[in-house]
Design a protein around this ligand. Structure first.
Ligand SMILES: Cc1cc2nc3c(=O)[nH]c(=O)nc-3n(C[C@H](O)[C@H](O)[C@H](O)COP(=O)(O)OP(=O)(O)OC[C@H]3O[C@@H](n4cnc5c(N)ncnc54)[C@H](O)[C@@H]3O)c2cc1C
Length: 95
């Protein structure tokens, strides 16, 4: 369920970008932030759940899981943190 939300949002955004007559240079801050926030937070939660399932192996540097956890956790920081994405989304609703 969780993992199906991010692709749906991305497809919706791509669909809205390809409206005939719409300027392809149109900036969509709300949709962009929603996609970045949902995709990275989903990846982080899924990686942490997977690490938990693997027990000690999930944390050991000998296995890929540890690298995936680090990569997904930091993805909620670079390119604009999750907190900032929420700020942007809120601002587009006038909050
Ligand atoms: C691996 C990696 C690669 C990077 N690559 C690049 C790159 O290629 N180019 C580039 O320019 N930068 C890059 N960065 C920098 C990255 O964009 C910043 O780390 C990120 O924007 C957060 O800024 P900061 O580290 O200064 O944290 P800060 O802005 O100091 O934020 C610290 C914490 O406070 C929160 N916070 C800050 N302001 C608010 C607010 N108004 N409301 C609520 N919470 C807030 C943040 O969400 C965060 O949790 C990279 C960072 C990493 C870790």
């Amino acid at each position: 369920m969780r993992t199906s939300v991010a692709p749906d949002l991305i497809f919706d955004m791509l669909r809205s970008l390809s409206i005939p007559g719409q300027d392809p240079g149109t900036v969509l801050p709300r949709e962009t932030s929603m996609v970045k926030l949902t995709a990275t937070e989903t990846a982080r939660r899924v990686a942490l759940d997977a690490m938990q399932m693997m027990g000690g192996y999930g944390y050991a540097t000998e296995y890929d899981m540890e690298r995936l956890v680090r990569a997904t956790v930091v993805s909620t920081v670079y390119g604009g943190t999750s907190e900032i994405q929420r700020e942007i989304i809120g601002k587009t609703y006038g909050l």
